[in-house]
Design a protein around this ligand. Structure first.
Ligand SMILES: [Zn+2]
Length: 338
């Protein structure tokens, strides 16, 4: 089969690789219908995270089940499935509490930009749709696999409530899905922080009511202007840099909440400042599996359309161009078709 391998920063290739096999009775093999490049894939691509030995890439996927292990009974060959980037057995103590991304048997996906993928913990990870979705719905179902699930989690972690004001820091795919989530959860005012016209447009389409293009303390000052000087009820931090986290913490009002879902890179939180801010802080990898049934229904009913974040579609063979376009911010998110 063909599979994506990163060799070094900026060096992404599609190569021949052996087809994955069932290794454990809890595994499944899927044939990918669509996969994509994640903002977090850009960290090693940009050399901001060590690459190490050449290794496969990709953790977002939808596909058709090819084969299942003997202990997998909830999905069967031929079904269309969606799965999370973090696999989970869906039965352990953490899963039962709804924290599937901290499953005691968790394995992170990392081989999905390929024609076939082995899914560990398939029974607790994959959710099948009743029938094969139409082609138009595939991008939005793929978004559920990570970015929509993560945006949803950001809104929950930031405790977005009906009638509240939410700020979204970050105009990547997760931030844009965070706008959808804030709207679905009833936020009355949704302020998207974005400097890019195409992303501002999509944010407005997804339900943002205001756009703030300033960054850093200037951006915070604009948020204060828009919120009677006190800050927002909820802030969704969807980037993961020191600057974006500072911006998020400073944009929240006393008693407000920050949901941080961008993977932190050199982020340090000042304890004394956090103490006096009275801002609640919760984040981490999204327990996407918890939200998948609900989000899949919202997509299939046409209620949400997070697939619009994919503004570039390429054959898998051109995955390198997908990374490049996202790195250069020519594309929000690249969808790959094997
Ligand atoms: Zn578990």
């Amino acid at each position: 089969m063909r599979a994506t391998v990163i060799h070094a920063p900026g060096d992404i290739r599609v190569e021949d690789a052996p087809e994955p096999k069932i290794l454990k009775p809890t595994d499944a093999i899927i044939r990918t219908v669509a996969t994509c490049v994640c903002g977090s894939d850009l960290w090693p691509y940009r050399g901001l995270e060590p690459v190490g030995d050449p290794h496969p890439m990709g953790h977002e996927y939808v596909g058709i089940v090819e084969e299942v292990g003997s202990e997998v009974s909830n999905v069967k060959p031929g079904q269309f499935v969606v799965g999370s980037f973090a696999t989970s057995d869906n039965t352990c103590a953490n899963c039962q509490k709804g924290w599937q991304s901290s499953c005691l048997n968790r394995e992170f996906m990392g081989t999905c930009q390929a024609e076939y993928v082995r899914i560990p913990n398939a029974h607790g990870t994959l959710v099948a749709t009743d029938e094969h979705p139409s082609d138009e719905l595939v991008p939005s179902l793929l978004a559920v696999s990570d970015v929509m699930g993560t945006g949803w989690w950001a809104a929950l972690a930031a405790e977005v409530k009906p009638g509240s004001t939410a700020v979204v820091v970050g105009d990547g795919a997760v931030g844009l899905c965070g706008v959808i989530a804030a709207k679905e959860r009833g936020a009355e005012r949704i302020i998207a922080m974005s400097r890019h016209e195409s992303r501002q447009k999509l944010a407005l389409e997804f339900g943002a009511t205001d756009i703030v293009s300033e960054r850093g303390e200037d951006g915070v000052a604009r948020i204060k202007d828009l919120t009677k000087g006190i800050g927002a009820d909820s802030v969704l931090e969807c980037v993961g840099t020191a600057e974006s986290m500072r911006q998020a913490l400073h944009a929240a009002r006393p008693g407000g909440n920050v949901g941080f879902v961008g993977i932190p890179h050199e982020v340090a939180v000042d304890g004394l400042e956090l103490f006096f801010s009275q801002v609640g802080l919760r984040g981490g990898p999204a327990p996407v599996r918890r939200y998948m049934p609900e989000l899949i229904d919202l997509v299939l009913s046409g209620h949400i359309d997070p697939g619009k974040v994919f503004d570039l579609t390429l054959p898998l063979e051109q995955v390198a161009e997908g990374y490049k376009a996202m790195d250069e911010r020519r594309a929000i998110k690249a969808l790959l078709t094997p």
